[in-house]
Design a protein around this ligand. Structure first.
Ligand SMILES: [Zn+2]
Length: 244
């Protein structure tokens, strides 16, 4: 088990117009494998220190995301990732190249920000987080379709629904330790989105309502009564992303 998580603040980013922003696949000369990297608009990255010479050691590794509930997030960071047992696409660690898919509340819970935390997240009312990871491309053993019974057109304008889940080969290990240099997946940071109202009101979240969503805490942790959220949607309540 790790004793601490080291931060690497010089790589912290805000992904938004006027901050770090690009359209389409990034073209910055860094080799991130055979997969495109799109701007995770609306999210902030708190970057972790992984190793010196990161770009050299992880040349050709692809960026992906893993959405998880708050209580599991810290455990993952300290203990590594447990491969999923019974999942739609077989055993392995489930990741996605789409942050908009990773943050569905089935995966990444929506958490109300209470008074105490307001000092950090000033005008925020809700927060979500997902883990930013790098995977070794040859260890993506399966690329598959979304598994939230989505009935609409597109979850992410940049990524096809049929290629939105990446199953990472866990090589029969019980745990994938991010400190292990032979691990096929490493965690490079935590992606955070703070909003002044419920993130289920954001335009990019409207696909949730054409997929599986429920108010059961064990399943979709939405941090609000689902009927109340639906009423807010019907009254066209505006939700803003907060970057301060
Ligand atoms: Zn659910």
């Amino acid at each position: 088990m790790k004793e601490e998580i080291k931060l690497n603040p010089s790589y912290n980013r805000i992904y938004a117009h006027g901050h770090t922003y690009w359209e389409g696949p990034i073209n910055d000369g860094i080799d991130r494998g055979n997969k495109s990297y799109f701007c995770p608009v609306g999210w902030q990255r708190w970057s972790f220190y992984v190793t010196d010479n990161f770009d050299q050691k992880f040349k050709g590794w692809c960026i992906c995301y893993h959405g998880t509930k708050f209580e599991y997030g810290l455990s993952i960071l300290l203990n590594g990732m447990k491969p999923a047992k019974i999942k739609a696409l077989g055993d392995g660690v489930y990741t996605t190249p789409s942050i908009n898919y990773a943050c569905h509340p089935r995966y990444a819970e929506v958490k109300p920000i209470f008074e105490a935390a307001r000092k950090i997240f000033k005008s925020g009312a809700y927060i979500q987080f997902v883990l930013e990871c790098r995977v070794y491309p040859n260890d993506i053993k399966r690329i598959g379709c979304e598994t939230l019974r989505f009935k609409g057109a597109r979850i992410d304008p940049n990524i096809k629904n049929e290629a939105i889940e990446w199953v990472i080969d866990h090589k029969n290990r019980r745990n994938l330790d991010f400190n292990d240099p032979t691990s096929p997946i490493i965690c490079t940071g935590v992606m955070i989105r703070v909003t002044d109202d419920h993130p289920g009101l954001l335009p990019e979240s409207q696909w949730w309502y054409q997929s599986h969503i429920c108010g059961k805490n064990k399943c979709c942790r939405i941090g609000i009564n689902l009927d109340l959220l639906q009423r807010k949607r019907q009254s066209e309540t505006i939700c803003n992303i907060i970057y301060d």
